[in-house]
Design a protein around this ligand. Structure first.
Ligand SMILES: Nc1ncnc2c1ncn2[C@@H]1O[C@H](COP(=O)(O)OP(=O)(O)OP(=O)(O)O)[C@@H](O)[C@H]1O
Length: 888
């Protein structure tokens, strides 16, 4: 038998080709003529038969096991067969798959064929375009199919025409060309199998070649002409009682690999594999010495049972393998199967009685078996040793690999450990460095906070001292103004928490500790107003630098701050110069940031721009301004003469206010004698050191200067003689009545100089007040055109200027109180524009004309003008005498 996967060459080995006859024909030749020649038989002519001699008489049967059914290929082949063929007996109905077998003895009728074959395939003349079902080819038959067409498309085993003609043709064909007959297995042989007999090898070979072509084949992906059945050629030599069974097995195949689709194809593959598997189990069972050998699992093994069981028989298994490397696994499987088959040791022929076997035969038989088994055992031991050796070598290699792997792992762990340690050290060093840096920053912050707290405590103590001093001075009004603001400032700082305090203090500390960390003392520099009239604000208090305008420096220590807190004022000359270049721009004031500008007027009447202060200096003013006010207040109290001289009469000529002795006071008189002069020069001139603290001048503090307040109070108490002379007793009474319920409004420049004190109705607004002030300016001098001003709403938190449009909507009651007096208000004016021409500047130099010299002549005219300019509500309630008094 030949065994192997599909396409490995089993059929080729068995039957060969024209040039290379297969085992079948070689066996026939060897048996019949002793090996004199070789031919495939079928295609050869008589010339080829010449090589075949005439020898033993043989009987040849050709069987096909297809779908686990045994068919006799000789029946209907046209060969000169003998035996029971051709018989339709046992023709199983293939249509209904029933067991009723047509009792067609010798000549089957059409009915028999129709019954046993496929009536539904009777397609009459409509067989046009029928696809070949036998060879699964695309060849189609058109028109009325012939029997050949039917056989071609449906195979000879099927009758496919329902028409009588076709059936007749089919029957005729079957009778002529033969038809397949299914055989049953009886015992260990096929029952009623036909055979061809003879002693001529060539003739028999040709018959076998014809029959071989009747095998069921099919084109698959693995083999173009794949056998779908097992083929058995049985040669019986009756003369010697021998038998040669040549088996061409169908190749085991994979359904998907073979591309088998459809139920029939899959069934074919399943049946093929079933026969191969059954044969394999039989071989294994025999090799294993099993008590039961499954011969009956397939028709193939049933027919081969004698060959396996008869100890006189010999089995030669030819393993076919494909040279294709892709089929290597199949080749290995085939070889394993062959190795298993080699282990088969057949027992003594059962049919031979043991008692009939002579002892010598038995002994030789046993010896041969022992030798065979010894050889087999030796071979197994040899293979076992070889495998054990290979296993030991593999184990050694494995052990070496494991050792290498362990070493590599150890190295990896070592590297990982070193890397981790190095990384940890690096992280620790970084953490330590960062911690150290943070600690140093924390320490600096704590020191800074401590300094700020000490500064705050010192300010509070200083405030208490100031309050006590003011209480002693019995001036509650001024005390309220100054102390209240300072107290409010400090309370605000305290209430604002650490954050606000820190912000406020940091503004000063930025200058002190930040910009001048090494300076511990306070340097107070008084401005030289005598020599630098035009730079009165250009006084500078710095620790590290001094400007040329410095006249003297007093270095004192701030009370309560033995080592800290330098409060300094820095005015930059460059800023001042640049500000002076900015002509004509209306200056806006933002009180929140204490951003203010003050216009100074020099002796030539030239308005000078206030230096633009940086924010931090302004913030210092916020902190220090009240100290400045305290100093001024104290100076005013200590120098009543100077105060009186300074504010005695604003309309007097500067030369009339001079007092001998004190140069500062003289300078102040010069300044306050002219209301257009900046009084801050006077503040600086008359101030005296307050305790051990002297703070630089501040325009903010000057706005609320207590000295100015006092001066106004004093001025209010004394009515000018000129006014008294202008009023009669009746008018005086009328005035006294009207003055009751009126509000006192004190008018002053933003720079600090007092202008006038007026009385207005509570319903009066800033526009009314403007008219009166403008009337006053007109009376003071028609050439004072530069007195364009805007009201500063100091009572408002913003302190912003009030536009002309809104003046009519702002009542004077919104103005801040004057010295905390309920019916007294302060109107602060800001110069709106500078004189544009030199002519106007010269006009400013002209001293003011005394009011009293023009009151009589202009009273009536101004009354009408002022009354007409006043708001109707105010004008209606004011008598002419009152208006005259206001003008005065
Ligand atoms: N030794 C060989 N020399 C030349 N051609 C060969 C040889 N063996 C096989 N063939 C060719 O290989 C093809 C398949 O061979 P074959 O049909 O005998 O395989 P198989 O094992 O019988 O397959 P299956 O089991 O499907 O029938 C055929 O065309 C055949 O001619």
């Amino acid at each position: 038998m030949v065994y192997g996967p599909t396409g490995s060459g089993k059929s080729h080995t068995m039957f060969g080709c024209a040039k290379q006859p297969g085992i079948v024909y070689r066996a026939l030749r060897d048996i019949l003529d002793g090996g004199g020649g070789c031919s495939t038989g079928g295609e050869s002519g008589e010339e080829e038969d010449a090589g075949f001699g005439v020898g033993l008489f043989v009987q040849v049967a050709v069987l096909e096991i297809y779908n686990e059914e045994i068919y006799d290929l000789l029946v209907g082949s046209g060969a000169n067969t003998k035996g029971n063929a051709p018989k339709m007996t046992n023709l199983k109905c293939q249509v209904r798959n029933c067991d009723s077998q047509c009792e067609v003895k010798v000549k089957p009728t059409v009915t028999d064929i129709a019954h046993c074959c496929c009536p539904q395939l009777y397609v009459s003349s409509e067989m046009t375009n029928l696809k070949c079902r036998v060879r699964n080819c695309d060849s189609r038959r058109e028109g009325n199919p012939t029997v050949t067409d039917i056989v071609h498309c449906y195979g000879p085993q099927f009758c496919v025409s329902v028409q009588v003609e076709i059936i007749t043709r089919t029957v005729t064909y079957l009778k002529t060309n033969g038809y397949l007959v299914r055989l049953e297995v009886m015992g260990k042989k096929a029952k009623n199998a036909t055979y061809i007999s003879g002693n001529e090898a060539g003739k028999i070979s040709r018959e076998v070649a014809k029959v071989e072509k009747r095998r069921t084949v099919k084109s698959t992906l693995c083999n173009e002409r794949s056998s779908r059945s097992h083929c058995m050629i049985i040669l019986d030599v009756p003369s010697v009682g021998g038998r040669l069974m040549l088996v061409d097995m169908a190749g085991s195949e994979n359904i998907e690999a073979a591309g088998q689709t459809g139920f029939d194809a899959k069934m074919q593959t399943a049946k093929i594999n079933q026969g191969n598997t059954a044969l394999k189990r039989v071989v294994e069972s025999i090799a294993n010495g099993d008590s039961h050998v499954p011969f009956r699992d397939s028709k193939l093994t049933m027919l081969l049972q004698d060959s396996f069981e008869d100890d006189k028989s010999k089995i030669l298994m030819i393993l076919c393998a494909s040279p294709d490397p892709k089929e290597l696994h199949k080749t290995v499987s085939t070889l394993e199967y062959g190795a298993k088959a080699k282990c088969i040791i057949r027992a003594a022929h059962a049919s031979t009685p043991r008692d009939k076997i002579s002892s010598e035969e038995s002994s030789s038989m046993l010896n041969s078996r022992i030798v065979a088994m010894n050889q087999f055992i030796y071979k197994l031991q040899k293979e076992n040793k070889q495998r054990e050796k290979e296993r030991n070598e593999a184990q050694n290699v494995l052990r070496l690999k494991e050792e290498e792997l362990a070493q590599v792992r150890a190295k990896v762990r070592l590297l990982e450990g070193q890397g981790a340690a190095a990384k940890e050290e690096e992280i620790n060093s970084k953490v330590a460095e960062k911690t150290k840096m943070l600690k140093s920053e924390l320490q600096m912050m704590e020191e800074k906070m401590l300094r700020q707290q000490q500064e705050l405590l010192a300010l509070k103590r200083r405030l208490q001292e100031v309050e006590l001093e003011k209480a002693d001075a019995r001036q509650p009004a001024q005390q309220d103004v100054i102390g209240g603001r300072l107290l409010a400032r400090l309370s605000e700082m305290s209430a604002g928490g650490d954050q606000c305090m820190s912000m406020a203090m940091s503004m000063s500390m930025d200058l002190d500790a930040g910009d001048q960390p090494s300076v511990l003392d306070v340097k107070v520099i008084k401005e030289d107003t005598r020599q630098q009239q035009g730079q009165m604000w250009n006084h500078t208090s710095t620790a590290g630098s001094c400007t040329t305008v410095l006249e003297q420096e007093d270095v004192v220590r701030l009370s309560g701050f033995p080592e800290k807190a330098v409060l300094s004022t820095v005015f930059e000359e460059g800023d001042e110069e640049s500000e002076e270049k900015d002509s004509g721009a209306e200056v806006e004031v933002c009180k929140e940031v204490v951003e203010e500008e003050s216009y100074k007027v020099d002796r030539m009447g030239q308005p000078l721009a206030e230096p633009d202060r940086t924010n931090r200096i302004q913030n210092i003013f916020r902190l220090c301004g009240n100290y400045r006010e305290l100093v001024k207040k104290q100076n005013a109290e200590e120098s009543p003469a100077a105060k009186q001289q300074a504010f005695g009469d604003e309309n007097k000529q500067p030369g009339e206010q001079q007092l001998p002795g004190d140069e500062n006071i003289q300078q102040a008189n010069q300044v306050f004698g002219d209301e257009n002069k900046d009084p801050s020069a006077a503040w600086a001139a008359i101030e005296t050191p307050m305790c051990d603290v002297k703070v630089a001048d501040s325009p903010v503090s000057s706005q609320l200067s207590p000295i100015v307040c006092q001066a106004v109070d004093d001025a209010e108490l004394t009515m000018p003689e000129e006014l008294k002379s202008c009023t009669t007793d009746g008018e005086a009474n009328e005035l006294s009545k009207e003055r009751e319920g009126l509000l006192d409004v004190y008018i002053k420049w933003e720079s600090g100089s007092l202008i006038k004190g007026l009385k207005l109705l509570p319903t009066a607004c800033l526009s009314d007040l403007r008219k009166l002030i403008e009337a006053h300016f007109e009376e003071a001098g028609s050439k004072q055109q530069h007195h364009q001003f805007t009201f500063l709403l100091l009572g408002d938190p913003s302190g912003a200027p009030v536009s002309r449009e809104k003046e009519a909507t702002v009542q004077i009651s919104r103005l801040p109180n004057w010295n905390n007096q309920t019916n007294s208000y302060l109107a602060c004016l800001r110069v709106a524009k500078k004189p544009a021409t030199m002519e106007q500047q010269q006009l400013h130099q002209t001293p003011l004309s005394p009011l009293e010299s023009k009151l009589n002549s202009l009273a009536l005219h101004h009354h009408h003008a002022a009354a007409g300019a006043l708001s109707p509500k105010v004008a209606a309630q004011m008598s002419p005498s009152y208006i005259r008094e206001l003008r005065a």
